[in-house]
Design a binder for this molecule. Structure first.
Ligand code: NIG
Ligand code: FE
Length: 416
């Protein structure tokens, strides 16, 4: 055994999330978070080389050059994985707050040319440097709240050039800052003026997808499947084409209306179906049967202020694996905070803190195809570790609106 470069020790409680890397945690297994008291984790050349009690890990890999960090009295977890964000964009939409407070529905704002289409305009107006500066700031905030890996979607371009630009900028940002980014193509995010839904669907399939795939710019393809945006038929056509081009699939499904989105997600065997506020019973059964991950976005429900949340307990009971994400975007979820998501998930999705933590780490890693690398503290995985300044796990959702993250270690380096 080699000596560690970094050894984090004396954690009052360390949640390893071990044992779920081959397949996501479901049902009662979502509560098995691999707790170790007086825990320690050792990292060498960016990867975890030992996990156990402080005594065990120190004995095995404490060398003369090893740097040590004490987590005495604190909780240690894997870095959070945020598997659904739209964090790359120009501008902001606080001007829509008054409409929202008057009760104007989200899709009505979009139909009036606001919402996503407003961000499409402000993104187009911004230079590459401006978009990167703004997005970097958001990624830095995400990191400060413990997110060490995040999925990022395109979708504020809606032309071939602008969508490819967004995906290229995601790749550049991935290299230039600490949070690891997983790029998703989401050209089918809204229908721009001048197109029918069918015409724009054809454009996505014939022009955008082949170019995005040819440049190797995206790992996943996502669609906003929702009555009034992209129908089941259009969504299926787009996702089938994406599958032919070797992209993995995701879907925004059953967010605002129950319309068979989850059933389609299961039929296509997507990796994750996201939102699911209005998922039907048959939809839940279909997701469970196909092992589709439900990526739930309770901060979006909270921010849309409709007092309506995804039926998470029914999904856990049915054996659907649950992941949690911020949905960070300028309209329906302008936040970068996974701790806030955990609080809302416990209070309104009625997840236990253990289930919520599994959703924000290992199951989230599965939702973006990274469970072999991140999401748990296990030998061979990236040294992505959080030290939370809290005495126990209940404290994480309990004390809300603040930042419990004291230190963020990314690939064995202290980055926050
Ligand atoms: O997941 N539902 C569609 N897309 C985003 C919202 C994007 C926006 O409003 O800018 C979502 O909520
Ligand atoms: Fe989204």
């Amino acid at each position: 055994m080699h000596y560690a470069d970094l050894l984090i020790h004396s954690a009052r409680m360390m949640a390893t999330l071990k044992g779920h890397s081959d397949s996501p945690a479901v049902g009662e297994k979502m509560s098995e978070i691999g707790l170790i008291e007086n825990g320690a984790v050792a990292i060498r050349e960016g990867k975890i080389i030992a996990v156990g009690t402080t005594e065990e890990v120190r004995k095995a890999c404490l060398g003369p050059e090893t740097k040590e960090i004490s987590a005495e009295g604190k909780v240690v977890t894997p870095g959070f994985v945020d598997p659904h964000t739209h964090v790359l964009y120009g501008g902001s939409r606080e001007n829509e707050l008054s409409l929202k407070l008057k009760g104007v529905p989200y899709l009505d704002i979009l139909k009036q040319g606001g919402g996503i289409l407003s961000t499409v305009r402000s993104t187009k107006q911004a230079s590459d440097e401006e978009i990167k500066t703004q997005t970097n700031r958001r990624l830095r905030t995400m990191l400060s709240f413990g997110t060490t890996t995040a999925e990022v979607k395109s979708g504020y371009g809606l032309t071939v050039e602008e969508e490819l630009r967004a995906l290229r900028l995601i790749h550049e940002l991935d290299k230039e800052q600490a949070v690891d980014l997983v790029p998703t193509f989401m050209g089918a995010h809204a229908v721009p003026a001048g197109y029918s839904e069918e015409e724009f669907t054809d454009y996505v399939i014939d022009e955008m997808l082949p170019k995005a795939a040819a440049e190797g710019l995206a790992e996943f393809c996502d669609v906003f499947c929702e009555p009034g945006v992209f129908s089941l038929e259009s969504s299926e056509r787009i996702l089938v084409k994406a599958q032919q081009l070797n992209l993995k699939l995701k879907m925004h499904a059953d967010e605002l209306e129950s319309a068979g989105g989850a059933e389609l997600a299961a039929k296509l065997g997507v990796v994750s179906a996201d939102h699911l506020l209005k998922v039907s019973e048959a939809g839940i059964a279909a997701l469970a049967q196909k092992g589709v991950i439900a990526a739930l976005l309770p901060a979006t429900s909270f921010n849309l202020a409709k007092n309506s949340y995804a039926p998470a307990r029914e999904m856990v009971r049915a054996g659907v694996p649950i992941a949690l994400a911020t949905d960070s975007n300028p309209g329906s979820s302008p936040t970068e905070s996974m701790p806030l998501v955990l609080t809302i998930a416990c209070l309104y999705l009625r997840l236990t803190p253990e289930e919520a933590l599994a959703g924000a780490t290992i199951n989230a890693a599965h939702a973006i195809g990274r469970a072999d690398q991140v999401g748990s503290l296990e030998v061979g995985k990236k040294g992505d570790v959080l030290i939370l300044d809290i005495p126990n796990l209940n404290y994480l959702p309990y004390h809300f609106g603040n930042n419990p993250v004291e230190k963020v270690i990314k690939g064995g380096k202290l980055v926050w």
